[in-house]
Design a protein around this ligand. Structure first.
Ligand SMILES: Nc1nc2c([nH]c(=O)n2[C@H]2C[C@H](O)[C@@H](COP(=O)(O)OP(=O)(O)OP(=O)(O)O)O2)c(=O)[nH]1
Length: 198
């Protein structure tokens, strides 16, 4: 039985398989409040849609589409709204994972619901916040499409992307510190919560 990740529901961790962890020499960071966020990934025909963030938090990184859950909204409503606002598309989203993200200097924890979908309607468009691009998810197909740019994403994303792409559900916690201009991963744990591959 692996260590329980503080800040994430204990019950959802029962019977989970730990996929990756690190930074055991450090304590998990303390936090007083959490804010709810979403992040949505579209994976169709061997390609994933990511947005290049043009401004704000995580600027110049590639990511799914998402942001804060507004008052009065459910998480999935927020995820659908953000997908439309940031990429101009609609999709039927499924919950994929729960992610607790901390970064030194921000006093709240980001509680991020991660969604995925294998279809969408509309045409992805560049918006004020994001520029959408497709990436291939393996090296067998679509060699004319670039591979997922992990070197331009949050450092820990390559730890849980394989689960997202295999349609396995997961929980993640990552604690980052800031070193100058860089966000550096200090402690993390990734667990798979579902074992029924579809
Ligand atoms: N892939 C990935 N995404 C992350 C990490 N950490 C993190 O906050 N995110 C996501 C969650 C959100 O989708 C987004 C942060 O929200 P945001 O900065 O775009 O939200 P915002 O305040 O601009 O909100 P909004 O105006 O769009 O509502 O970044 C991470 O380590 N990896």
């Amino acid at each position: 039985m692996s260590e329980l990740i503080p800040g994430l529901d204990d019950l959802s961790q029962k019977g989970c398989i730990e996929v990756s962890s690190g930074g055991s020499e450090f304590e998990w960071m303390k936090f007083e409040q959490r804010k709810l966020y979403t992040n949505a990934f579209i994976v169709v025909d061997g390609k994933i849609l990511l947005g290049y963030k043009k401004r704000g938090f995580g600027v110049h990184k590639y990511n799914g589409f998402g942001g804060k859950v507004d008052a009065g909204e459910t998480s999935i409503q927020a995820a659908s709204r953000e997908l439309m606002e940031e990429a101009g598309i609609e999709s039927s989203l499924e919950h994929a994972g729960t992610f607790l993200f901390l970064i030194a200097g921000v006093e709240w924890a980001f509680h991020i619901d991660i969604y995925r979908a294998d279809s969408y309607t509309g045409t992805p468009i560049e918006t004020e916040e994001m520029h959408p691009h497709w990436f291939r998810i393996n090296d067998e197909d679509h060699l004319d499409t670039p591979p997922i740019p992990f070197d331009k994403m949050w450092e820990s994303d390559d730890l849980w992307f394989p689960l997202l792409l295999k349609k396995r559900n997961f929980i993640v916690r990552t604690d980052y510190i800031r070193e100058g201009e860089r966000d550096v991963l200090r402690k993390w744990c990734v667990k798979e919560t579902s074992f029924n591959a579809s």
